[in-house]
Design a protein around this ligand. Sequence first.
Ligand code: AMP
Length: 309
Amino acid sequence: MSILVVGSVALDSVQTPFGRVKEALGGTATYFSIAASLYAPVNLVAVVGTDFPQEHIDFLKERGVDLKGLQIVRGKTFRWSARYDYDLGAAETLDTQLNVFASFHPNLPDEYKGSDYVFLANIDPHLQLEVLEQVRNPGLVILDTMNYWINYKKEALTEAMTAVDIVMINEDEARQYANTFSLMRAVREILDLGPQAVVIKKGKYGACMFCDSANPISGCFFAPAYPLEKISDPTGAGDSFAGGLMGYLARERDISGEAIKRAIIHGSVVGSFAVEGFGVDRLRNLTLEEIEGRYQEFRHFTHFEPLEA
Ligand code: AMP
């Protein structure tokens, strides 16, 4: 079952306390595609400039990512540079050069329009809405976003959130969206828009899902983050998480509540591998066997016995 992703393909320059990369392969759709392609075929819609290195195109093709939807436009590829401090929490964006991304409009090839699984990576919500206008009856649509769109395009973002099945958002951004200190109030406000579930990303503290706006606790699920000894670069953790989550659901052809819980663990596992290397390095040779090994460890460290009667 194939997956459609629309987002950014970028050249990232990133510094963390443990090293730096310059103009490395990055972008939300890139991280997502590399992760999801471990599970199911991925169709990518994005734009790059004529300066985009051929080796990156070859790598994505080798991973089985279909690039018919990748527009190559005269000009420079989107560039992002950022820095993380020792906390490795939020990235401090140093520079964003939209370049060819500034005039990007997603044009879905006809064969992508019937996609069952759609991931609207973090891009302008107007573009996310343009994708929704082109797809026919998708089985599952997940939307990701960021603070920038909450600040500047809240109306369009609200319209897009209303039209998808799952909203995936960082904890701080959920609270910012709802203008509240309470995560639970923010979750309720987003669920009231119509999505079936909200997945809250909490970075190094893991992720959780809420699916019942009348009683968010009754329909919630919490996954911790994998306890890592080595973290190199948190860039792309959220998109890799989304790739593992949606990849698993597409492979299993199951979007029941229980499947989504297993998918959140898959996402957490893939995200944990992604941050071990710089850029997409650790994802390049990641195997399903390694993912399944860490999945079993998650089962072990989240299991506990009921209270004795
Ligand atoms: P994440 O660490 O999962 O939040 O995503 C990091 C990726 O987002 C990087 O690879 C960047 O190239 C990409 N990115 C950063 N800013 C933007 C933006 N404004 N629009 C689209 N992609 C972006």
